[in-house]
Structure formats: structure tokens, C-alpha cells
Design a protein around this ligand. Structure first.
Ligand SMILES: NC(=O)c1ccc[n+]([C@@H]2O[C@H](COP(=O)([O-])OP(=O)(O)OC[C@H]3O[C@@H](n4cnc5c(N)ncnc54)[C@H](O)[C@@H]3O)[C@@H](O)[C@H]2O)c1
Length: 286
């Protein structure tokens, strides 16, 4: 099977980035979201990324124009799903929402279509069970910001076929990613490690061991992490990270109990860059 059309569901932080690499990778791309505002913001960001790509010499003018042409947006799921060879969902990290979406997609997408989830931690097998095509369901875990991060973590659920894995890897390659295939397990490889480090950093902050800025500096300069854990969680979104931690706590046990401080930040609406304030402040326009 050859993938011509990719539908990306959810035009938030991740969906807009996946739509960008998909269009640049040569796929006809349909970006769908229930919110018009999210789609408007996503289109503006994708255009800005293409402009920046041209300005820095990373994208040729004609490639950017072609990518622009390949990309459309819509609010109706039917419209996005009915012509897709591959659907990649990037809706919020809630299992009930994703399971319901996979059931609906199974009815709307062509029978040959592959259904993929960009979940950071949840069970692809559970999503696959809501469909009549579990062999064609796979995890395609991209990283934020999608246009810059090189990894695609491909997740093999209980019944994912070899053909589906091969297709996910081929698409990942055309989107400019290097792929690793992991067997399904809560948090896969990357989110499990990342959640552990990030949660520990919140415990240290809560205990007053060092300031947030100094904890970040220590990990960057001493352990050679490209970003500090707080800089990173502000980019990921504290709500998304908390949802992952709660799931890992439930499935892998006590060592992943979310630090009360992250729960408090989320309750206060401090969600990270996307809300203007997380661990650090992001004044408008910064
Ligand atoms: N944030 C990260 O760094 C990151 C990294 C890797 C994977 N992920 C995963 O990607 C997924 C999305 O995360 P995000 O950070 O982009 O979230 P986000 O909150 O930025 O965006 C989610 C988008 O989904 C839309 N949406 C909600 N319900 C919908 C529905 N039923 N149909 C279509 N659109 C719907 C919302 O309007 C919103 O625009 C999650 O599963 C998350 O775990 C996130």
C-alpha cells in the first residue's frame, strides 16, 4: 500500500507540527480539529515555519509553496477521514476520548487505512480494540517541536502487523525522522524516562533544594541535557505531563506518583508556554 493522503486529527502543539512534516514530506495532508480557533492558529504557525524555512535556506521556495498547496484544514471528522490512507490522531491525552475516536474512525476511514496515535503513554492496544482492524493500528510518537526533533518512536501494539510497522517507518522516513520500534508498555521508552526525570525535578523544587532555573542549569551543564526539565515541561504542557504521570502511576506503580506541586500548578492554570505561564513566565510575544 502507498500512502498518498494523511489525515492529522487535533491541531494543537503536536498536530500542527505533524501536519507540517507531512506536507513537507510530500503527502496530501488534511488537518482536522473541532476548534476553528485552533485551526486558524495552526495554519498561521505552519505558514510562519515555512517562511522561516525559506529564510534560513532549509526549505526551497518552490517546496514550501508545494507543501502549502498539499495542506488543507477542516472541522468535520468525516471529511478528514474518508480519503485518508493514514490517520494520525493528536487529540488530548485521554484514553476515553481516543478509544471513542478510534471506533468512529474505523467506520469512517477506508478499509485499507492505517490508524495511528501520537499518544505519549496510553495503550495503543486499547485503541485498536475499538476497531475491526487491530493489525492496522500503531503508535507513531512524535516529539515536540515536531519539525526539529529527529525521533519517531513507533509503538507495536499486541496485534500490529509487520506491514503496518514497515509503513509507519517508511512514512516517518519521508517526514524526515529516524525511527525506533518499541513494544507497547506504559510510556514506551521516552515518556517513561522523561516523566521520571521531570517528576523528580518537581519534588526537588517542592523540597527547596534549588531554584527552578538552577535545577535546569545543573542538568544542562552537568548532565549535558539540551534542555532543563522545567524548560521542557513548559514546552510539553504541564497538563499533558500530569496526565502521563497519572497513567504511569496507575500502571507502573508508586515511583511515578505525581508530585503535588505539578498538580497545584495545573490547578492554578499554569500549563506552560501555551498558557503564558508554567514553571517560568512567558509574557505575550516572548
Ligand atoms: N505536548 C507534547 O510535547 C507531546 C509530545 C508527544 C506526544 N504528545 C501527545 O500528542 C497528543 C496531543 O497533545 P498536544 O500537546 O498537541 O495537545 P494540545 O492540547 O496542544 O492539542 C490538542 C488539540 O486537539 C483538539 N481536539 C480536542 N478534542 C478533539 C476531537 N475530538 N477531535 C479533533 N480535535 C480535538 C483540541 O482543540 C486541541 O487543538 C496527546 O496524546 C499527547 O500526549 C504530546
Amino acid at each position: 500500500m502507498t500512502v498518498h493522503t494523511v489525515a492529522v486529527l487535533g491541531a494543537g502543539l503536536m498536530g500542527r507540527g505533524i501536519a507540517y512534516v507531512s506536507a513537507i514530506g510530500g503527502y496530501r495532508t488534511i488537518l482536522q480539529d473541532t476548534s476553528d480557533a485552533a485551526l486558524d492558529q495552526a495554519s498561521a504557525e505552519i505558514s510562519a515555519l515555512l517562511e522561516k524555512g525559506i529564510a534560513t535556506g532549509k526549505v526551497k521556495g518552490e517546496d514550501a509553496a508545494a507543501a502549502h498547496k498539499r495542506l488543507t484544514t477542516c472541522t468535520r471528522l468525516e471529511e478528514a477521514a474518508r480519503e485518508a490512507d493514514l490517520v494520525i490522531e493528536a487529540v488530548p491525552e485521554q484514553i476515553a476520548l481516543k478509544v471513542e475516536l478510534f471506533g468512529t474512525l474505523d467506520r469512517l476511514a477506508p478499509v485499507h487505512a492505517i490508524l495511528a496515535s501520537n499518544t505519549s503513554s496510553l495503550s495503543i492496544t486499547e485503541m485498536a480494540a475499538a476497531t475491526s482492524r487491530p493489525a492496522q493500528v500503531v503508535g507513531m510518537h512524535f516529539f515536540n517541536p515536531v519539525h526539529r526533533m529527529r525521533l519517531l518512536e513507533i509503538v507495536r501494539a499486541l496485534e500490529t502487523s509487520e506491514a503496518t510497522l514497515a509503513l509507519a517507518a517508511e512514512v516517518g522516513g519521508r517526514m524526515g525522522k529516524e525511527c525506533v520500534v518499541v513494544r507497547e508498555s506504559p510510556g514506551f521508552v521516552t515518556s517513561r524516562i522523561n516523566a521520571m526525570i521531570g517528576n523528580e525535578a518537581f519534588y526537588m523544587l517542592q523540597e527547596g533544594i534549588a531554584s527552578a532555573a538552577d535545577i535546569d542549569r545543573a542538568l544542562k551543564l552537568g548532565l549535558n541535557h539540551p534542555m532543563g526539565p522545567f524548560e521542557l515541561v513548559d514546552l510539553v504542557g504541564l497538563d499533558t505531563r500530569l496526565a502521563i504521570l497519572k497513567f504511569l502511576h496507575r500502571t507502573l506503580g508508586e515511583k511515578f506518583r505525581p508530585c503535588p506541586l505539578i498538580e497545584q500548578y495545573v490547578a492554578a492554570g499554569r500549563l506552560g508556554r501555551k498558557s503564558g505561564r508554567g514553571v517560568f513566565d512567558y509574557p505575550a510575544g516572548s
